[in-house]
Design a protein around this ligand. Sequence first.
Ligand code: PMP
Ligand code: GLN
Length: 404
Amino acid sequence: MIERPSGEVPTVRHDIAQRIQAFTPTVFAEMSALSAQHGAVNLGQGFPDFAGPAFVREAANRAIDAGHNQYAHPAGLPRLRSAIAAAFSSRTGLDIDFDLHVTVTSGATEAIFDTIMALVDPGDEIICFEPFYDSYPASVTMAGGTMRVVRLEPPGWTFRIDSLRAAVTERTRLILLNTPHNPTGKVFAKDELEGVAETAREHDLIVITDEVYDRITFDGARHISIATLPGMWERTLTINSTGKTFSLTGWKIGYAIGPEWLQHALRSVHQFVTFATATPFQHAMADGLEQASENGYYETLLQEYDARRTVLATHLDAAGLPALPVQGSYFLMTPFDHLGFETDVAVCRWLIEDIGVTPIPPSAFYIDPTTAPKLIRFCFAKERATLDEAGRRLAGTLSRAQGR
Ligand code: PMP
Ligand code: GLN
């Protein structure tokens, strides 16, 4: 113990800031730790267990060896921003100036946090579709804002446009959208996006759209960026993550595309949160984006994900746990009411401990977890062997659940 010359013993306040007192470890960290502890097959936290494309990994090694290891431009390497602008322009037809309209961040998570910190004052309200990715309410809380939610209802994950309109108040600042959607696999249809856009225009709201799974859509579902709808570019920030596009989530290279005034807001926060993002990985992602449009990478990515989805869906069917249909992302949602558990947390724990397969309880994606529908989420961004091992273990689930 340190004693001051006066003999007085200093005390340290152990209480943490009020705004984070309710935070607990994320459901992903919690389930991954439990999974490792029980040697379960981890289909919980969304990350690929395969290596990611060699042409991008090799580019990172080359960038390190070439000495690209000091701080990058705070808004992102011009080379990478240019590649991002080109890829987004070719997909949307929007005319993007990389220097004015693109910022590189440490993952989509950082872009979401920075944007909310930059735009939300204490007391402001944010509208979000429920279920929602767990970093949204945390970011809103840190900014002192309040979340109002519009529910997506299974099995189609539709919403009523009236509910969206009714959620708007004098204090509403922005709408937070996520398409393709985690955890439901919904891809918002054009008329739904038009409804969101109309509400945003009518009430002069900003739209933050999280499109990290934009390259992963199935069965002809078409991903549409809301920024392409009339009157939307100037009020929309489109957030993405090369971690998803190139199956390299640990590199944490995300980005945000939008008009100058929203870039100014985002960059004002970004410069003091991370200042700049890891330089060699930005170089590698620039190579990735430059080459992917020519070497058929996106088509292969999609075919592989489609095959992984079919493998997991087949295993879940065989185990008596058929999943709901999905249009995008790399998750499947499975009803569990016939297994005799009260909550998704209880069934997830039992599956990890007794069956050896790890899902995620999506109640963590609801403001009031007790209102979550009885579903659990499995991730299929995994090697065939991992999915087959999960299938083998899941085979006895129904009889084991009945015999508890
Ligand atoms: N948004 C959604 C919908 C996600 O599922 C994830 C995580 N996988 C993220 C954002 C975070 O992306 P990043 O790892 O680039 O921060
Ligand atoms: N987005 C991933 C998921 O939904 C998890 C990312 C994380 O753990 N932060 O599973």
